[in-house]
Design a protein around this ligand. Structure first.
Ligand SMILES: *[C@@H]1O[C@H](CO)[C@@H](O)[C@H](O)[C@H]1NC(C)=O
Ligand SMILES: *[C@@H]1O[C@H](CO)[C@@H](O)[C@H](O)[C@H]1NC(C)=O
Ligand SMILES: *[C@@H]1O[C@H](CO)[C@@H](O)[C@H](O)[C@H]1NC(C)=O
Ligand SMILES: *[C@@H]1O[C@H](CO)[C@@H](O)[C@H](O)[C@H]1NC(C)=O
Ligand SMILES: *[C@@H]1O[C@H](CO)[C@@H](O)[C@H](O)[C@H]1NC(C)=O
Ligand SMILES: *[C@@H]1O[C@H](CO)[C@@H](O)[C@H](O)[C@H]1NC(C)=O
Ligand SMILES: *[C@@H]1O[C@H](CO)[C@@H](O)[C@H](O)[C@H]1NC(C)=O
Ligand SMILES: *[C@@H]1O[C@H](CO)[C@@H](O)[C@H](O)[C@H]1NC(C)=O
Length: 418
């Protein structure tokens, strides 16, 4: 009986509540619509900052394509889906920060598409760190090797900022440590892989070198003791007036005009240097862990209308098609073939060699260099058509590297060592 008024009262109250609820509901509905609209808009116009996993590959399951992931073409993507931006990478070098210096982001909207096999999964930093847990990896090479390592640091720092363990005065030798995965990453700088001394002409440095093609550059070779994975590369410094020695004998020179010295091709010098480096690496004794050696093949430059110091530039805004790529100098392929040839000579050796063959993919990316899009005292007036913007197509190298590492971990019969 006391129920009635109560319930009446309640009803009244309820009605009020209902009125309130209705306005709240429609407000919430509106909010939802607005939020979804903004979210949709952001999908279309901006870059997602979170690492993206590829739809059809779960990251714990390695991709086991047997096809050639290094032969393909670049296809335009509807959206630019970079894993990081210049704002989310704390270690991005100024000279590769193309966005900051006004390069249009168009060049980020291209994805490498291998012919006849699955897409290379987008880089997943967590998967990478899981795969390299407890390992010590070194990049051996020049500033282009460093370029790949800087890309890798940007990619990995999306999940963990590494500790800076060591840095020399010139920032050529560097070590980082990713604590959560006990992963150590090291840069070992070398222009030629082999011993080199710059030639003085009348007391000033000439920019050319005396190369001891059969002697390893101890600056990197002496620092491998605890390293278990090496990504090795070289190439651009060979395009100079260099004098080539074997033993104490001068065997020839490149880009030279010296009388009575045989002019030899760059390819000869590169091949000899890699042979010496691989011979040394094979002699490295790893009792408990096999040494993994990854050759990163030659990464071409794209100067047009002149050399780097002769007004050359690279201002294209689209990748080359395969046909357009054919018009580029054959020297890029010659060097790449010489490098790969040196790995193939080692069939049956105890060490494990892999090839990270980036040459074709990068030949097709004249639009991926900093060019004039940075402003540095040292390079003022010059274009950088050698290194690669970060983020940029160089990130592909690390996607391919992850693929190589996963395959090495799961497949026992890989590459030439079996
Ligand atoms: C990935 O695939 C493997 C094998 O098919 C499966 O066992 C695992 O649960 C999957 N992981 C995720 C995160 O989907
Ligand atoms: C790459 O693929 C194209 C098209 O399928 C083919 O014509 C070409 O021979 C391949 N190149 C190499 C080096 O395998
Ligand atoms: C990143 O690039 C944008 C332009 O896209 C620029 O405005 C900004 O200053 C850059 N930020 C950093 C930290 O370099
Ligand atoms: C870290 O990895 C190194 C090998 O790179 C190993 O010697 C060491 O024991 C590991 N430390 C921990 C805490 O797991
Ligand atoms: C090794 O490092 C020393 C000291 O920095 C340098 O003088 C020398 O030229 C380097 N050697 C080579 C082959 O680069
Ligand atoms: C070195 O200096 C001498 C004397 O000043 C000069 O004759 C010679 O041409 C110079 N050599 C070069 C390569 O510049
Ligand atoms: C590239 O630079 C050249 C020479 O300065 C110029 O003629 C050309 O129009 C430029 N191309 C683009 C796409 O900006
Ligand atoms: C590569 O795989 C072999 C076994 O096939 C293993 O012994 C070695 O540790 C692996 N190396 C790396 C760097 O994963």
């Amino acid at each position: 009986m006391a129920k009635e008024p109560h319930s009446l009262h309640n009803k009244h109250h309820h009605a009020n509540m209902f009125m309130k609820k209705k306005t709240t509901t429609s407000f919430l509905l509106w909010l939802l619509i607005v939020i979804s609209f903004i979210w949709l808009l952001s999908l279309i116009t901006t870059t997602p900052l979170k690492p993206q996993k590829d739809d059809h590959h779960n990251s714990t399951e390695p991709v086991m394509d047997t096809c050639d992931a290094y032969n393909g073409t670049w296809v335009r993507e509807l959206y630019n889906k970079v894993v990081y931006t210049n704002a989310t990478c704390p270690s991005l070098p100024e000279s590769k920060n193309c966005a900051k210096y006004g390069k249009e982001s168009e060049f980020l909207r291209w994805r490498w598409k291998p012919h006849g096999c699955d897409d290379v999964p987008r880089f997943d930093p967590t998967t990478f760190l899981d795969v390299v847990r407890g390992r010590r990896m070194a990049f051996v090479g020049d500033s282009v090797a460093r370029n790949q390592m800087d890309s890798l640091l940007c990619l990995l720092s999306q999940v963990e900022i590494p500790i800076d363990v060591y840095k020399d005065a010139e920032d050529r030798f560097r070590t980082w440590h990713f604590q959560s995965h006990n992963f150590t990453l090291t840069m070992l700088w070398t222009q030629f892989l082999v011993e080199a001394t710059e030639r003085d002409i009348n007391g000033s440095s000439s920019g050319g070198f005396d190369l001891r093609l059969d002697r390893i550059d101890a600056n990197w070779s002496s620092k491998l003791r605890r390293i278990d994975s090496i990504i090795i590369s070289s190439g651009h410094w060979f395009f100079r007036e260099n004098y080539l020695y074997k033993g104490d004998k001068l065997v020839g020179c490149t880009f030279c005009s010296a009388p009575n010295v045989e002019g030899l091709g760059v390819t000869f010098a590169v091949r000899s240097a890699f042979r010496t480096a691989f011979k040394f690496l094979r002699s490295c004794d790893r009792r408990e862990k096999k040494l993994l050696i990854v050759l990163r093949t030659f990464s071409p430059a794209h100067f047009e209308n002149g050399a780097w110091n002769g007004g050359g530039h690279c201002n294209r805004t689209r990748p080359f098609s395969e046909e357009e790529m054919m018009s580029l100098s054959g020297i890029n392929w010659e060097i790449r073939n010489a490098q790969v040839g040196e790995v193939e000579r080692l069939k049956g050796s105890g060490e494990k060699f892999e090839v990270l063959d980036v040459t074709k993919a990068m030949l097709m990316r004249p639009d991926g260099h900093p060019g004039t899009h940075w402003n540095n005292e040292w390079m003022r007036g010059y274009s950088d058509c050698v290194h690669w913007c970060i983020p940029g197509p160089v990130d592909l190298w690390n996607e391919l590297l992850l693929k190589v590492l996963i395959q090495n971990k799961t497949k026992r019969v890989v590459s030439v060592s079996e």
